[in-house]
Write a protein that binds this ligand. Structure first.
Ligand code: PEP
Length: 249
């Protein structure tokens, strides 16, 4: 039985003070909540937010990390530095990293393996562009990103991987995939995981939906058999909009 995993990606929003205030509100609002939770503030707020969520039911997430463990990589943040701040989960392959910052499947795969080798959990994001969906390539894109993102990951390490299906055309646009369309792609991704790792791993894989998820559509999305939570951007920026999603059963 999979547990829904509701994760908030705060992107490049909030000063440290604002991040701490939101984290405190969420600690109160989500205490005893029915799902698994994570919030991912900017790197600059990780240390302060770490102190707020430590010992609660909210995991601390980072939004990205370097392909390398350490070294001459100006402006990058390493897995060792994230762990030092108490980070437990890292979001990798977000569409903004893929399409704005030209991250390749190979880079994302290196990050996935590095994060897992240091004991972190990974949220691996996959999803098609609008033109890819319109060309009938949504499944092919998700399959390629899933297979390449997970290449070389052992069955044991896979237990610390969540996949987030995020159709790029639905991110921050107010357009949401219908629950039926999203569920169909989730089922397809689960099939791909099954081909790679077997039926038990496929059945256990938590697959989040991301793309304009909000209180108004969360219940219908989460009711679908293959949708096991959400990776949430805009609606994660306020406790009033995140908590109703996070408390959905
Ligand atoms: C995201 O950035 O992962 C996301 C899903 O954003 P939004 O909820 O704003 O569409």
């Amino acid at each position: 039985m999979r547990k829904n995993f509701i994760a908030g990606n705060w992107k490049m929003h909030k000063t440290t003070g604002e991040a701490v205030a939101l984290a405190k509100d969420l600690v109160s609002a989500l205490a005893g909540g029915p799902n698994k939770y994570m919030i991912a503030p900017s790197f600059t707020a990780l240390d302060a937010v770490s102190k707020v969520v430590s010992g609660t039911n909210i995991l601390l997430g980072a939004q990205n990390m370097s392909t390398d463990e350490q070294g001459a990589h100006t402006g990058e943040v390493s897995v060792l530095q994230l762990k030092d701040l108490g980070v437990q989960v890292v979001i990798l392959g977000h569409s903004e990293r893929r399409h704005t910052y030209s991250e390749t499947d190979d880079m994302i795969n290196r990050k996935v393996k590095l994060a897992l080798s240091h004991g972190l959990e990974v949220i691996l994001c996959v999803g098609e562009l609008l033109e890819e969906r319109e060309a009938g390539k949504a499944e092919a894109v998700c399959e390629e990103q899933t297979r390449k993102g997970l290449a070389g990951v052992s069955a044991d390490d896979l237990k610390r991987v969540t996949i987030a299906y995020e159709p790029v055309w639905a991110i921050g646009t107010g357009k949401t995939a219908t629950p039926e369309d999203a569920d169909a792609i989730h089922a397809f991704i689960r099939k791909v995981v099954g081909e790679m790792y077997g039926a038990d791993a496929a059945a256990a894989m938590v697959i989040q939906y991301g793309g304009s998820m909000k209180a108004e559509n969360a219940e219908a999305l989460l009711a679908k058999e293959n949708i096991d939570g959400g990776l949430i951007g805009g609606a994660a920026l306020k406790a009033d909009t995140f908590a109703p999603i996070a408390l959905c059963k």
